[in-house]
Structures are given as C-alpha cells and as structure tokens.
Write a new protein. Structure first.
Length: 228
C-alpha cells in the first residue's frame, strides 16, 4: 500500500526516481517524481484477473465485518504469473487461508510485467463493492499542503504545544484517478478522539496527485500517517 508523507520524499526515494517530464515531454508526468523503468506498464482490469463475481463472493464470506475493508495484495512475477498473495483483515485465520488458497487457484496470469508487479483486490465491507486498486506505479501518489492545511497545522501546534500524544494517526483512503479522496477511514488511532478528528480534517484539506501506471492516472489504496 502506498504511503504519502507530509514531509518531502526521503533521499533514498529520490535516488530511485527521476522527473520524467523533462526527459519524455509527456504532460502526464509533469512535475511528478516517477520511476523511468516503469513507463511501459499498464493497470490490469479486474476481469483480466478472473471471475469478479467469484472474487466478490470469496471476499464476502471471509471478510471481517468490523474492518472497513478486507483486501488482498497480489504480486505477479516477471512473466505475469501470480507468485504472492497477502490477505488482510479476514475474519479468522481459517478464512484468510481459504481466501489465499482460492485466489491462488483462480487468478489468471496477466502477461509480461516487471518483477513483483503488485495490485490490491479490495472489498469495501460497508457496501460489498470490490475494486482493483494500484500498488505498483510509475508515479506514486503525492500530497501537497494547501494554505488551509498549513493553517490547521499551525493551529494544532498552538493548541498542543507540549503534546504528550507522541503517536501516529494513520488514515487509509482511496485516492481516485482524478486526485480526489472517495473514501477515508482511521486505520490506527492515537487514542485521543480530538487528535484523530484533527488528522481526518487535515486529510480533507490536503491536495493529492494520483498514482500513475504507465501513462494513465489510476485509483490507488493509500496509507497516510500523521505524527502528533
């Protein structure tokens, strides 16, 4: 799952990426930090992986209904064959094993892709909807602090000048291909309701740039930590 940090990218990340618009003249990469080794990939469709109705039924039967989502990270090898299945937020260990084994038996090869190309098969437990969301991307999602977000951060510093929280609030959300947040929920609480609410408000005020796979902006599952 992508992490979007409020601070600038780490030096290690900058070594692995480059600004592609200067090299390729492609407006989709404009001012984005992207991996120039992944420009020729594309996001597969859910139907290309197999029977979407079967996937939905499988995740429905194994879902932890107390969790906002139940999801499966799928990793594909160099020749497009499934080689890794990681199930999250299943209702039990036996349900996790059933989902994992069934997915392994039913997911189709997706053709030639870079080694360890990953996508997330996600069930939204409040609606039952199932979506395929990006994990590996040419350009990972990025955040940009708006003036409103900056003002809220200053307010937080004034109200909690000697905060004893010292914990991260972690928000998980779906970042759509147009850069909007369509669904967001608190994945990890600080233990303080007011602080958790401030984290959710801060997310609402941020501006995001979507993931890009190949040349196409796509929806992605994102994890956003806020440190207080």
């Amino acid at each position: 799952m992508f992490k979007v940090w409020l601070l600038a990218a780490t030096a290690a990340n900058l070594l692995l990426t480059t600004t592609l618009d200067a090299q390729r003249g492609d407006s989709v990469y404009s001012k984005r930090r992207c991996n120039n080794r992944l420009t020729d990939i594309r996001m597969p469709l859910l139907a290309e992986l197999g029977d979407s109705v079967r996937f939905a039924d499988l995740l429905s039967r194994g879902a932890d209904q107390q969790a906002h989502i139940t999801w499966v990270e799928l990793g594909f090898g160099k020749h497009g064959a499934l080689h890794r299945v990681d199930v999250k937020d299943a209702r039990s260990s036996s349900a996790r094993t059933l989902i994992k084994d069934s997915i392994r038996a039913s997911v189709s090869s997706i053709g030639p892709y870079p080694h360890d190309f990953r996508v997330n098969l996600v069930r939204f437990n409040t609606t039952g909807d199932v979506r395929l969301l990006a994990e590996t991307a040419t350009c990972e999602p990025e955040s940009n602090q708006t003036p409103e977000a900056a003002a809220l951060i200053r307010e937080i510093h004034r109200e909690f000048p000697e905060s004893h929280v010292h914990r991260d609030a972690v928000i998980q959300f779906v970042l759509e291909s147009d850069g909007t947040v369509s669904d967001a929920w608190l994945q990890v609480s600080t233990g303080y309701t007011q602080v958790d609410s401030l984290a959710m408000e801060l997310l609402r005020l941020m501006r995001f740039y979507p993931a890009i796979v190949g040349h196409t902006p796509v929806a992605a599952l994102v994890r956003q930590p806020y440190k207080f």
